[in-house]
Design a protein around this ligand. Structure first.
Ligand SMILES: *Cc1c(COP(=O)(O)O)cnc(C)c1O
Length: 392
């Protein structure tokens, strides 16, 4: 192997161009650092990209989840179902509102929540026992939300789609139509993150998308302390031009204008980045197809947005360490949420969701980001093969 990496190769990284830098610089010279016009512009462009009617920019993906749970009025004791195979934030938003988190195990072929298991869970309890469902487009593979919606309608659930991994991803519905992640056709609300490892980076940042005008207006108010200035919404007669009302308990979950300027600039390259991710995935799929000992999660799935590229191997811990010595910083997504000490303190145990646990024992996310070069990728593949002692 002649190629030596000149920089460490992480599992994911942002792509900041000079155009992005110029966009942020211009935003810093503008009149508003926060609460200015760039926020609404970013929301408008993002909604257009995703295909939703409305979008609300917020300070991060976790804040997006929290506001969704508030807007859907999650109450103490209410039960919500999500997947154990996700970042803890997908579940935590229920806890912020005092709700109870329940899980349904994954389909090991896709890593997605198994909707058959969700159905079994729902059917095992009286209607009304559960109030919501939070499916996650894990690794960038879209959950079939048409099926999830049928289930939700049958059992009176709302749906928050955690689409952090999947801007630009889609599934094909029963009519043969491509349904983009977060487009609001099936889920009540969807959320995205603009953390640097995600497709679109704003430093920290997040977005909620929806097709519900009512939820949209409520989210705008919750994002800013529960305050409104809209004359149509006021409960009392204004006593001056300064007048505003805090009508409910909200938060400051705003995203500053210069972050939005970065997001807008990044958004113009979103399709390009997605195309490169899919190209890299196809190259990995081809490279690992003949390698015994490597299982690829959902190879060649159409509509996959490839936030992550996940392989499964017997000796995951050793491979992780080996790659590190080669300057390759792989990552594990995820330690199942129910195995976190906090969730164990709420009563969940090892063995509760065996498929997610088995997946966790073997999974490794290897480098996947648009600026990964072919040469670097070939090096990653060669190192995995070297570890497995496969001739090449
Ligand atoms: C990144 C991520 C979040 C949280 O987003 P932040 O912007 O980091 O708060 C939530 N859910 C999933 C699946 C994520 O990947």
């Amino acid at each position: 192997m002649s190629f030596e990496p000149t920089r460490p190769i992480p599992y994911g990284r942002q792509n900041i161009t000079e155009t992005d830098v110029a966009a942020v610089t211009a935003a810093l010279h503008a009149d508003y650092l926060t609460q200015g016009p760039t926020v609404a512009e970013f929301e408008k462009q993002f909604a257009a990209y995703i295909g939703s009617k409305y979008a609300v920019a917020v300070s991060n993906g976790t804040a997006a989840l929290h506001l969704c749970a508030l807007a859907l009025n999650v109450q103490p004791g209410q039960r919500v179902i999500t997947t154990p195979l996700t970042f803890s934030a997908s579940a935590n938003c229920v806890r912020y509102c005092g709700g109870e988190v329940h899980f349904a195990d994954i389909d090991p072929a896709t890593g997605l929540i198994d909707l058959q298991k969700v159905r079994a869970l729902l059917e095992a309890h009286p209607k009304g026992y559960f109030t919501g469902l939070i499916p996650v487009d894990f690794a960038g593979l879209a959950v079939n939300l048409e099926h999830a919606r049928q289930l939700a309608d049958e059992f009176d659930l709302w749906i928050i789609e955690d689409a952090c991994h999947a801007p630009g991803g889609f599934f094909t519905d029963s009519q043969g139509q491509e349904q983009r992640c977060g487009n609001g056709n099936f889920a009540d609300l969807a959320i995205f993150s603009f953390h640097p490892v995600k497709h679109i980076a704003t430093g920290e940042g997040g977005m909620i998308t929806t097709n519900s005008e009512q939820l949209f207006h409520h989210l705008l108010r919750l994002r800013t302390h529960g305050i409104t200035r809209d004359p149509a919404d006021l409960q009392r007669e204004p006593d001056g031009g300064w007048y505003m009302e805090m009508q409910e308990l909200g938060y400051n979950y705003r995203l500053p204008d210069f972050n939005c300027a970065l997001g807008l600039s990044q958004l113009t390259r979103a399709d390009e980045g997605l195309a490169r991710r899919r190209q890299l995935a196809a190259r990995y799929d081809a490279a690992f197809a003949q390698v015994p000992g490597v299982t690829v999660l959902a190879p060649g799935a159409p509509g996959h947005a490839y936030h992550l590229y996940v392989i499964q191997v017997a000796q995951r811990r050793e491979l992780y360490d080996f790659l590190k010595t080669k300057q390759i910083f792989a990552q594990v997504h995820y330690i199942p949420v129910h195995r976190m000490p906090y969730y164990e303190s709420l009563g969940w145990r090892e063995g509760d969701f065996p498929l997610a646990e088995t997946y966790y024992a073997h999974c490794l996310s290897i480098p996947m980001f648009p600026t990964l070069t072919d040469e670097e990728q070939d090096y990653v593949v060669a190192c995995v093969k070297e570890f497995l002692r496969v001739e090449f």
